[in-house]
Design a protein around this ligand. Structure first.
Ligand code: ZN
Length: 254
């Protein structure tokens, strides 16, 4: 009896704890995240910036994607990536900044790259590194070169990437330089994004409550759709002004 009890007790300790299932719940702009992973603040080929905001958590798929991208850019001879906001430890809406980034599947990456730590003032002054001149919406000379195009190519080509939000003036640059490459369709024009692009991954396999986004329209998006964004460019707000806190799925409570 004693032996059996002892065996049972021992086996309880020997059984590894059941791993917490990582799960993206709800929509990109109304959801949350369970079992998040933190992106280490630095690693081969990248540095996390603005880490004081504690927005460096994500679904493991996102963490692995970012680490993989950083090693690919490093192998391509590029300097370190500056990775900004992912999500908070449990996802959900930020108090400021973006509407999305709620399910741990979104990440902001700067176009600027460098092999040195970035000073605190520079981290908070992305305007210094803007690629776009704001009143004219012209791409500033020398800021979107072959390296930035290659960065977008490496970022967008991965099958787990659903789409990348990018300033319309930069999408127009890509359309000029690489219109026939299939990944160009994933670049979606959006307001703002003067110094960074925003990667969004697909819903991970086995996350039944993750709400996918509508598919990207057919074509490379370089035609009428882009033209309409560029036509309206002087009116494009930096961020939308009318914003109400979203209703989150019930599974996000508690
Ligand atoms: Zn973003």
């Amino acid at each position: 009896m004693l032996t059996t009890a002892l065996l049972l007790a021992t086996s309880t300790f020997l059984t590894p704890p059941r791993a917490l299932q990582s799960e993206a719940i709800g929509g990109y702009a109304a959801g949350c995240l369970r079992g998040s992973m933190a992106l280490p603040l630095e690693g081969p080929g990248y540095q996390v910036i603005r880490s004081k905001r504690l927005r460096y958590y994500g679904h493991p798929d996102l963490i692995h994607y970012l680490q993989g991208l950083a090693s690919r850019t490093k192998m391509a001879g590029m300097p370190d990536l500056y990775i900004a906001d992912l999500a908070m430890a449990r996802g959900g809406p930020f108090s400021s900044g973006h509407r999305s980034h709620q399910t741990g599947l979104d990440a902001d990456i700067w176009f600027r790259m460098a092999d040195k730590p970035i000073a605190r003032w520079e981290q908070d002054a992305p305007k210094e590194w803007a690629l776009i001149d704001e009143p004219s919406y012209r791409v500033l000379p020398g800021r979107f070169g072959p390296q930035q195009l290659e960065l977008l190519r490496l970022a967008a080509k991965q099958p787990e990437v659903n789409r990348i939000f990018i300033n319309p003036a930069l999408k127009a640059e890509v359309c000029k330089r690489a219109p026939d490459e299939p990944w160009v369709a994933k670049l979606r024009p959006w307001v703002g994004h003067f110094s960074h692009f925003h990667v969004r991954l697909r819903c991970p396999v086995g996350n039944p409550d993750c709400q996918p986004q509508a598919p990207i329209p057919p074509g490379n998006g370089c035609g009428a759709e882009l033209a309409s964004w560029l036509k309206d460019k002087p009116q494009l707000p930096r961020v939308s002004t009318s914003y109400r806190a979203p209703t989150l799925p019930s599974r996000c409570e508690g």
